[in-house]
Design a protein around this ligand. Structure first.
Ligand code: ZN
Length: 59
């Protein structure tokens, strides 16, 4: 799992990744950049509730 680091200005592999759900029910993964130690996070839009409901209707 990678996330964009604003300090390195590039994508970095997330160190100590943790999954959490935001207040508005959007899932995200956050952790620490292994190079600069900056907090990084990535939204997991692919597994949003909208996508899930579409999957249940797939044959
Ligand atoms: Zn970094």
């Amino acid at each position: 799992m990678q996330a964009y680091c604003s300090r390195c200005v590039t994508d970095r592999e997330i160190k100590n990744p943790r999954s959490m759900i935001l207040k508005d029910a959007r899932p995200e993964t956050h952790g620490v950049c292994p190079v600069s130690g900056t907090n990084v996070f990535r939204m997991r839009t692919a597994s949003s509730p909208g996508t899930f409901s579409a999957d249940t209707e797939r044959r």
